[in-house]
Design a protein around this ligand. Structure first.
Ligand SMILES: Cc1ncc(COP(=O)(O)O)c(C=O)c1O
Length: 393
C-alpha cells in the first residue's frame, strides 16, 4: 500500500476553510467531498507564472500572442501525453468546459434535439442540457464483465435512429472513474457514424489516469470519430485551476470549424488572462507535480480499497481507473425520513457528499465522493460514514 507520509498530510480542515473555496464553505462544520477539485497547493511553475502576472498586473484582456502560446502548448501537450497530433489552429480557447458545451449545443446541432447522456453522469450534463432547451435521454450504463460498467450501445443506436443527434461522452468518466478502452470507443464511433450522429467528448480528466490505464482521445480512434466529434479539455481538473476559467475546445472536423467561425471571438473571450497563463505553465512544466499528485491519489485509493472492503458492505466500490472521483452504492444505509443518503449523512455523520440522484435516475441511492483530499481528512470522513453503513444480509 502506497501510504507513505507526504506534506499534503499536514493540511488541515482549518487551513482549507481559511482558503475559502465553495467546497469548504458551503456546508460549514462538515467534511466536504462533493466538489470535483483538489485540496492540495498549486504546482510551483503555476504559482510562479501567476505571481509574475500579479507583479506586472497582467489582468487586461487576453493578448493574441498569449492565446497563441496556449494553443501551441496544448497541441504539444496532447501530442506528448496522448500521442494526439493536432495543429494549434484546431484549438479554440473558452472559459470552461461547460461554456464550450453550450456553444456546441447552440451552434452545431438542431435546436431542441434530444441529447443522449449515459448515466450516472456529471450533473450539469442533465441540468444545463435541459436549461438550454434540449431534452435529455438518460441511457443507464450496463454492468459489463466483472461488474465494470459499459455503455448501452444498442439503446444509444436506437435513440440516434430517432431524433437524437448528439451523445455526451465523458472520458475519463465522472462519476464512475472509467477510462474507456480503444475497442469501447471504436464501438461507440461505429454506432454514431452509422447514424450520422455526433459526439461531445469531455476529456477534462484526461491527465488523471492511473496504473496501466491510458487515456485515448476519442477523436483518435478513427477518421470518422474525428469528423463527427468535438473535444473539450482543460488543465483545470489535473492542476486544480477551475476558478481561473480556461478550457480548450479541440475541433477536428472541417464542418465544425466552419460552423464555429462566427463565434470564435466570443468563445475565446471567456478564457481569463490568468487562466491562460496558468494553463500554459501547467501543460509545459506541470508534469512532475502531477506525477507526485497522482502517486498521492493512488495512496488514497489504496486506503479506499481497504476501507470499502472492510467497512462499506454492498457499496460496489470500484477503484477509479481515472479521475479522483469515487462512487458508492449507499442503499444499505437506513436513511429514515431523509430524502437521500447524502442528506442523511450530512445531518448524521457531518460529511457532505454528492447525492447520486443528481447524476441521473441510475444514480439514485448512490453517493459521489471526491477523493482528492489530504489522507487524514479522507480517513476521518470514512470513519464518520462507516457506522451508518449496515449489512442487511
Ligand atoms: C466531467 C466534467 N466535465 C466538466 C466539468 C466542469 O468543467 P468546467 O469548470 O471547465 O466547466 C467538470 C467539473 O467537475 C467535470 O468533472
Amino acid at each position: 500500500m502506497n501510504t507513505d507520509s507526504h506534506p499534503f498530510d499536514a493540511i488541515t480542515p482549518e487551513n482549507l476553510v481559511e482558503r475559502g473555496s465553495w467546497k469548504w464553505t458551503r456546508f460549514p462544520g462538515t467534511l466536504p467531498g462533493f466538489v470535483a477539485e483538489m485540496d492540495f497547493p498549486l504546482a510551483k511553475p503555476i504559482t510562479e507564472a501567476l505571481s509574475t502576472s500579479f507583479d506586472l498586473q497582467r489582468f487586461g484582456y487576453l493578448p493574441q500572442p498569449v492565446a497563441e502560446e496556449l494553443k501551441e502548448a496544448t497541441a504539444d501537450y496532447v501530442s506528448r501525453t496522448h500521442s494526439w497530433a493536432i495543429e494549434p489552429e484546431q484549438v479554440y480557447l473558452s472559459g470552461d468546459v461547460l461554456q464550450a458545451y453550450e456553444v456546441v449545443l447552440r451552434q452545431l446541432i438542431t435546436p431542441g434535439s434530444p441529447i443522449i447522456v449515459p448515466t450516472p453522469a456529471y450533473m450539469p450534463f442533465l441540468t444545463l442540457t435541459t436549461a438550454l432547451g434540449h431534452p435529455v435521454i438518460e441511457v443507464p450504463m450496463l454492468d459489463g464483465p466483472d461488474g465494470r460498467p459499459e455503455m448501452d450501445l444498442p439503446t444509444i443506436a436506437d435513440h440516434l435512429a430517432g431524433e437524437a443527434e448528439l451523445v455526451v461522452l465523458c472520458n475519463p468518466h465522472n462519476p464512475l472513474g472509467l477510462v474507456y478502452h480503444h475497442d469501447e470507443l471504436e464501438a461507440l464511433a461505429t454506432v454514431v457514424d452509422d447514424a450520422g450522429g455526433m459526439v461531445f467528448s469531455d476529456e477534462i480528466h484526461a491527465p488523471l489516469v492511473f496504473g496501466n490505464h491510458r487515456h485515448i482521445p476519442y477523436a483518435t480512434v478513427s477518421d470518422q470519430a474525428a469528423q463527427h466529434s468535438i473535444t473539450a479539455i482543460s488543465a483545470s481538473k489535473a492542476w486544480n485551476l477551475p476558478g481561473l476559467k480556461c478550457s480548450q475546445l479541440v475541433v477536428t472536423s472541417d464542418r465544425h470549424k466552419e460552423l464555429l467561425a462566427p463565434l470564435s471571438f466570443i468563445v475565446s473571450h471567456g478564457a481569463s488572462t490568468p487562466g491562460v497563463v496558468a494553463s500554459i505553465a501547467a501543460y509545459r512544466d506541470g508534469g512532475p507535480w502531477l506525477e507526485d499528485v497522482k502517486s498521492y491519489l493512488s495512496g488514497n485509493f489504496d486506503v479506499l480499497d481497504d476501507f470499502a472492503t472492510n467497512h462499506l458492505p454492498g457499496s460496489g466500490y470500484r477503484r477509479p481507473e481515472g479521475t479522483y472521483i469515487t462512487w458508492f452504492d449507499a442503499r444499505s444505509i437506513d436513511i429514515g425520513t431523509a430524502d437521500s443518503p447524502a442528506d442523511y449523512l450530512r445531518e448524521h455523520a457531518g460529511v457532505s457528499l454528492t447525492d447520486g440522484a443528481l447524476c441521473g435516475e441510475a444514480g439514485k441511492g448512490h453517493l459521489r465522493l471526491i477523493a482528492a483530499t489530504p489522507r487524514p481528512i479522507l480517513m476521518e470522513l470514512l470513519e464518520r460514514i462507516a457506522p451508518h453503513w449496515v449489512r442487511h444480509n
